[in-house]
Design a protein. Structure first.
Length: 460
């Protein structure tokens, strides 16, 4: 039975299509695949379907569900079942869930935890929202350097279960300070009588508990690790961060940046789970700001109404002019914001960026201006459209206007993110619509100013 058929049965209230995850492996689905069944379903149906699982399967599936559904499930489950799920979660999954709660709801859900887990969550929530403490997994395997490989392997077998953090074993001293990390393969491929100290290489990449999630993602990328140890300022090993959590962070960061760059406030939940009026509110704010900004375009055109009335032909090229400037600005903003996100550029590189974008804008403007000039020339000479006796001056006006506006667009689009970063504002807020609106208004001023200079004494 495929996922589509299972969803149909669930919508009808028939839960027989849900099979145990711990059953026959050939018929079992990964918890992530099971979670996908719930995505398009109404909350009430999803909750009832989740209740049909065994407690063990509920614990496995719960971390892969969307946060809105997780909260709805915990609200509707019995106190005993909800407590069982939350206490059995991995520490990082548990903290991630509680990180999305606020106020009374946070207090009520914290009461479902045992004393140890409650204290652990309290400690994690005391760190900044963007710190690795919020996604720390406190389950890890450690050994002392004096043990032989055989002794260490026996200790690990007796004290740890099979899970993803067991790919790397950490060497600590008697105080719990981190000395090294050892891949499990090194335990397997070396002689069993060797000591742990003999197979240590002395190189270990660590994260500090106060490091940001962005720093963590960068280190995973730089060192190609699947798990990284997290220590405090005294080098005490506090836990680990796994690659799956780092990927989740990267996805959330990129999603938020893309939404902001599209002129939308960051969504609290996935699109399909975001309430309709919440979605309207998230979109309306920026649309109002941009609309008010675009009203300045009408103001600018009103200021040059005399020029337009004398040379109506100029109005024909207004959409061409402002769209070229907006597009070039959006291009530049996209390139610079992404380069800053990847740490390719920093604020100190502003002069390098400015010089590069001025030159880029000049060349791009010449290209577009030449196309505009050629278009007017061809249309006029083939009698497809009559631009009047001063058509050549009009063509020259379009040529130089496009150069000026494209240069201004690339300069604005590249500098605004850097200025925002300097003001400690997320550069992604310099969205493509924002840059385009700014360049639209200023582009009209540039266009009509150049037109007034070139056409003075003729059309104007």
């Amino acid at each position: 039975m495929n996922l589509k058929e299972i969803r149909k049965k669930l919508r009808k209230g028939d839960f027989s299509g849900l099979f145990k995850l711990n059953g026959n492996k050939k018929k079992s689905l990964h918890p992530a695949d099971v979670a996908q069944i719930f995505v398009p379903l109404p909350d009430e149906t999803s909750t009832h379907a989740f209740e049909a699982f065994s407690p063990e399967d509920q614990v496995q599936v719960f971390p892969y569900l969307q946060i809105a559904l997780q909260k709805n499930i915990i609200r509707n489950l019995s106190k005993e079942r909800a407590s069982l799920i939350l206490n059995e979660l991995r520490s990082d999954d548990r903290v991630m869930f509680y990180s999305h709660l606020k106020g009374v709801e946070l207090s009520n859900f914290l009461d479902l935890l045992n004393k140890i887990n409650k204290a652990s969550v309290h400690d994690a929530l005391g760190y900044p929202e963007n710190s690795v403490a919020r996604i720390l997994n406190t389950e890890f395997a450690s050994v002392e350097k004096e043990l032989t490989i055989a002794q260490a392997s026996e200790k690990l077998r007796k004290s740890h279960d099979d899970n993803e953090v067991m790919n790397v074993i950490y060497v600590v001293d008697k105080e719990g300070k981190l000395l090294d990390d050892i891949p499990v393969r090194r335990l397997v491929l070396n002689e069993q009588q060797k000591t742990i100290e003999e197979i240590m290489d002395g190189f270990v990449v660590t994260l500090n508990i106060a490091d940001s999630k962005d720093v963590a993602v960068a280190k995973f990328k730089e060192y190609d690790r699947v798990v990284l140890p997290v220590t405090n300022n005294d080098n005490l090993l506090l836990g680990v961060l796994t690659i799956d959590d780092a990927l989740d962070v990267a996805e959330q960061t990129d999603t938020a940046a893309i939404q902001k760059f599209g002129g939308v406030e960051e969504l609290d939940y996935p699109y399909v789970r975001t309430p309709f009026f919440s979605l309207i509110r998230k979109r309306a704010g920026w649309l109002i700001v941009l609309f008010l900004g675009e009203m300045l375009t009408a103001t600018a055109m009103g200021y040059f109404d005399k020029e337009i009335s004398k040379a109506v032909v100029l109005a024909l090229f207004v959409p061409l002019i402002i769209s070229s400037g907006g597009n070039s600005g959006s291009q530049a903003a996209t390139l610079i914001i992404r380069a800053m996100a990847l740490k390719e550029l920093s604020m100190k590189d502003w002069w390098y960026v400015m010089r590069r974008e001025i030159l880029s804008g000049l060349l791009l403007g010449v290209i577009l201006g030449s196309i505009g000039l050629l278009r007017i020339t061809i249309w006029q000479n083939l009698h497809w459209f009559d631009y009047g006796p001063q058509w050549l001056l009009v063509a020259v006006t379009i040529f130089f206007s496009l150069i000026g506006i494209v240069m201004w667009g690339t300069l604005s689009g590249s500098m605004i993110p850097i200025v925002l970063k300097r003001c400690k504002i997320d550069p992604a807020t310099s969205s493509a619509p924002f840059v385009a609106t700014l360049v639209d208004v200023t582009g009209l001023v540039i266009y009509f100013t150049i037109a007034a200079s070139i056409l003075k004494g003729t059309l104007l």
